[in-house]
Write a protein of this length. Structure first.
Ligand code: MG
Length: 319
């Protein structure tokens, strides 16, 4: 079998086979049926060897993560994930690697109801680019721009686990056996908060996913909404695994500036706050209020109880 056929075979049926794909892989382009009354939401995420992952990473985990981080962006927009395209640059074709990568990608795409509908393969240093497309009822997409002064600031799940998982992978820390699996899982197999993101369409005034660390990422909402924020760091949700494995200072540092948790950060107006618990409880994902939106544009204030904290770390920046 030639390289071309091998690549074709690995990805031909990847993900959930959706009835709204009129033409999928194998033609010059895909033909997709966007539902009546919906907007199309499109996002792109790249993962480059050496920058986003280590050369020896399990290719199955890599396939999973590429899908999950793209779908997480759709979740943050309140969209329903539907279609994926893959841009794959490979130094050479390694059948074992490619098969495992494609399986991880396909399983995760299937989990999120997404079909791989096309892509392109080129030769070069290993790099993966995915374009994810989703649908949202017209005009209902969540953005980073709607936060208002007085809104409450929430985050899903727990923060800092993936950053500690990364330190584990790099052999920079030691953690007890009972927490190891959880932390590695959070780093290698992040979960996109898809159902919750869609539920937030009627509740949240703004939303985004936390990919590069809370303290840095929140500035995207502050900038786009023209507001400030005050966070009580003692309320930031942390897993038992993180708390047991680090000093309180290090745990807070990881929760504030460690990336790759892919939790949702969102704001809720006071008037809709009371319906939050009822509307979100079916999803089984904890949500925690960590602060409020303030009127000082661009300013992030960090408090611990009543005292102000000095904090310089602004999350992970690529340039
Ligand atoms: Mg994002």
């Amino acid at each position: 079998m030639g390289e071309f056929e091998l690549i074709q075979r690995c990805f031909a049926q990847a993900g959930r086979q959706r009835p709204d794909v009129t033409v999928g892989i194998g033609d010059d382009g895909a033909v997709l049926q966007v539902r009546e009354g919906c907007d199309l939401v499109v996002t792109t995420d790249s993962m480059i060897e050496g920058t986003h992952f280590f050369p020896d990473v399990d290719p199955r985990a890599l396939g999973h993560k590429l899908v999950a981080v793209n779908v997480s962006d759709l979740a943050a927009m309140g969209a329903e994930p539907c279609w994926l395209s893959l841009g794959l640059t490979l130094p050479h074709v390694d059948e074992t690697w490619l098969t495992a990568f494609a399986e991880g990608l396909s399983e995760t795409a299937d989990y999120y109801n997404c079909q791989l509908i096309g892509g392109d393969t080129t030769k070069g240093p290993l790099s993966l680019t995915m374009i994810a497309k989703g649908q949202v009822p017209k005009g209902k997409a969540l953005t980073r721009a709607g936060a208002k002064v007085g809104d409450y600031l929430y985050v899903t799940g727990t923060l800092g686990d993936a950053a500690l998982g990364l330190k584990l992978v790099q052999n920079q820390v030691e953690v007890s056996k009972k927490h190891r699996a959880h932390l590695l899982q959070r780093f290698h197999y992040p979960t996109a908060r898809v159902a919750l993101g869609q539920a937030l369409r009627t509740i949240a005034s703004s939303a985004m996913d936390v990919s590069d660390g809370l303290a840095g990422d929140i500035h995207h909402i502050l900038r786009r909404s023209g507001v400030g924020a005050s966070i009580d760091v003692s309320r930031i949700p942390m897993s038992q695994a993180l708390k047991d494995s680090c000093s309180p200072e290090q745990a807070l540092q990881l929760a504030l500036s460690g990336g790759e948790d892919y939790e949702l950060l969102f704001t809720v107006p006071e008037i809709r706050r009371s319906s939050l618990d009822v509307l979100l409880s079916p999803y089984g994902v904890p949500v925690t209020c960590i602060g409020r939106i303030t009127g000082v544009a661009g300013k992030l204030e960090l408090k611990q109880g009543e005292s102000l904290l000095q904090y310089q770390h602004k999350g992970f920046e690529h340039f």
